[in-house]
Write a protein of this length. Structure first.
Length: 541
């Protein structure tokens, strides 16, 4: 038996997919592109193209349960009904519908889909979430960032704002148990908050005043129209907020009986802290890549370390660049290609560089160590970040990740040495500080995670989280060099450097970084357990 996740690449759909995958359920995702992130499989599906409705069942004839996210149209039942009917014909026995606390059976939007599931007599659960925390993300986040306010017509009404991870937890229960069979489950966060409370949390986390603007109906509609919302959706949103003002959501989530409730774990404050960059006063950012492409909403230009004719592209696209984050190319003689760009950038007015280096590369050492030394010689502001070994080295697209998926093992020359694995998010936070801080530059910092673990301990931890045994295998430096050079094609000098640096872990090099004085290191927040838990789907087989 298999579970289909319609809209599987959306926030709640993807969070649900990770949970089901980690629990060894067979799943299939749909998306309009037919693509999904690894390790998930997807088929092309479009609510507005009924010819795609057969695709999931052609791909997997054993689908018997569906997580259903309807299309973003007011009259959604005429679009969704043919798919529900087809799915029932194909043998689907259970539907879990993502709806809203404000949408009763037969009501607007997904309320009519809810009623149809009741009428056809199929097993169903309506997961009725309260207001999503992500409603304060784009595009509403621009008002927080640029204007310093949130807005509503909810007055002093309270709502238990909910995180999509908690929606996914409730949907998981509904799909895998009979706990909510032919029932609704109301899903909310752990705290009842007014919009004034929300503004106070923003103020506390962002370190600047954010206010709750109590809008008139006209102002409310005007603001949502500026986001591109159609009038009918604005009307429904306003009705829902007025119900909050009347205490409806507070009554539901404080009910002692007669209502199925799933109270989530993610607090609003934690959500803001984890996504702080959405609301921080932004900096103009330009990304340089070989393709000249970048994910929304970022702008990019074509840039190739091996083609100096591309070095001018960033400065043509964004005159006035003052700070540059440098990630050197994966070659041994890096200074030969990076040095000319540094000179060019300084000539164009760049005043500060942040270089991503490594804990094992002192100033003057090969590769990034030489770039570090070069920056120091240039009478320009710089920060050198020297992270220890990355948590993401275990990921599915990496050497470790491939071996974990294929052999339930990974290899290293580090012996029983301990490492304070660091997350990419913590590196990004340090880089942001280096690029934007008013403090004097010309510093270097070790970047370390919050704990020391051996590879053996990491293998035990990963085994616990993904539910199968992962083994750490110790190999020699020569064996590792041969693998890096012969199998993965790294230049011989680069392979030798990496192997020797990893072997030095056994002698305590990363423990030294972890124990460096407070002014010489930046300690991240993300533990390896958290990284493994958040990315458990990467190691599915």
């Amino acid at each position: 038996m298999a579970i289909l996740i319609v809209g599987g690449t959306g926030d709640s759909g993807l969070a649900l997919a990770k949970r089901l995958n980690a629990a060894d359920y067979e799943i299939l995702l749909t998306s309009r592109s037919g693509n999904a992130p690894n390790p998930f499989k997807a088929v092309m599906f479009d609510w507005f193209d009924a010819s795609t409705f057969e695709a999931p069942f052609a791909e997997n004839s054993s689908i018997d349960s569906i997580y259903l996210i309807g299309p973003p149209v007011l009259e959604s039942l005429p679009v969704v009904k043919p798919f529900i009917d087809l799915a029932i014909q194909k043998g689907v026995k259970k539907f879990v519908l993502l709806s809203a606390a404000s949408m009763s059976p037969g009501g607007a939007l997904y309320g009519k889909i809810h009623q149809y599931l009741i009428d056809v007599g199929v097993d169903y659960t309506a997961v009725r979430g309260t207001f999503f925390m992500k409603n304060f993300g784009p595009p509403a986040s621009l008002l927080v960032k640029e204007k310093g306010f949130i807005f509503s017509v909810a007055e002093d009404g309270k709502a238990p704002f909910v995180h999509t991870d908690d929606i996914a937890d409730a949907a998981f229960d509904a799909l895998t148990t009979d706990k909510y069979s032919r029932q609704d489950v109301f899903v909310g966060g752990p705290d009842l908050l007014t919009h004034d409370d929300v503004a106070a949390i923003f103020t506390r986390v962002l370190g600047r005043e954010i206010v709750h603007k109590r809008t008139t109906e006209e102002e409310y509609h005007e603001l949502f129209r500026s986001f591109g919302w159609p009038a009918e959706f604005i009307n429904e949103r306003a009705k829902a907020e007025r119900r909050v003002a009347g205490g409806e959501e507070e009554r539901v989530f404080e009910a002692s009986s007669g209502v199925n409730r799933h109270i989530g774990k993610v607090t609003f404050e934690r959500y803001i802290e984890q996504n702080k960059s959405l609301w921080d006063k932004g900096h103009n950012v330009l990304i340089a890549s070989r393709s000249g492409k970048a994910p929304e909403p970022f702008k990019a230009v074509t840039f190739d370390w091996t083609d100096q004719s591309t070095f001018e592209n960033p400065f043509v696209a964004a005159p006035g660049i003052k700070s540059v984050y440098l990630v050197a190319p994966p070659i041994f003689e890096q200074l030969d290609v990076v040095g000319p760009f540094i000179d060019f950038a300084i000539a164009k007015g760049v005043k500060r560089f942040v270089l991503l280096s490594a804990s094992g590369l002192n100033k003057g050492a090969p590769m990034m160590g030489q770039i570090h030394e070069y920056l120091e010689s240039k009478n320009v502001g710089y920060t050198v970040l020297r992270p220890t070994w990355f948590s993401r080295n275990y990921s599915h697209f990496n050497f470790f990740g491939h071996l974990i998926r294929t052999d339930n093992a990974f290899i290293s020359v580090a012996g029983d040495g301990k490492i304070p694995f660091v997350s990419a998010d913590d590196i990004a936070e340090a880089a942001l500080d280096g690029l934007t801080s008013d403090e004097p530059a010309n510093k270097e910092y070790y970047l370390v995670g919050p704990e020391l673990l051996t590879y053996g301990e990491a293998a035990t931890l990963l085994s616990e989280i993904i539910g199968r045994e992962i083994v750490y295998k110790k190999i020699t430096v020569d064996q590792y060099q041969d693998i890096l050079h012969g199998t993965f094609g790294l230049a011989k000098g680069y392979a030798t450097l990496l192997a020797n640096n990893e072997a030095a872990i056994a002698n305590g090099t990363e423990v030294e970084a972890f124990n460096a004085p407070a002014d010489k290191k930046i300690v991240g927040k993300v533990t390896l357990r958290q990284y493994f838990t958040d990315n458990a789907g990467n190691w599915a087989i």
